[in-house]
Design a protein. Structure first.
Length: 90
């Protein structure tokens, strides 16, 4: 399952914790944006870990991309689209 996870977290400590969690599941492609290509059960684990790390004023968005959508992704001056890899730290 390919997804884009982005966040807006005002607190440095929580923001760093969220980034650290996401680094175990995908590639950082921008400051607060990660590409994750993981199995649905690991996506569920990611949701659980992130939910524990944030507060109500924090925002996390998950965008799920189908294969047809992935083929339409255009990258300008950045790292190429994440290829399927095994990421996760339990």
């Amino acid at each position: 399952m390919f997804s884009i996870v982005c966040y807006d977290i005002p607190d440095n400590k929580r923001r760093n914790k969220v980034a650290k969690i996401l680094e175990g599941f995908g590639n950082r492609v921008q400051e607060s944006v990660f590409e994750c290509d993981i199995k649905p059960e690991y996506m569920k684990l990611l949701h659980q870990k992130l939910q524990k790390a944030i507060n109500p004023e924090d925002s996390i968005r998950y965008y799920y991309l189908c294969l047809q959508c992935l083929q339409k992704v255009e990258v300008v001056n950045g790292p190429p689209l994440t290829e399927a890899q095994l990421y996760f730290t339990v």
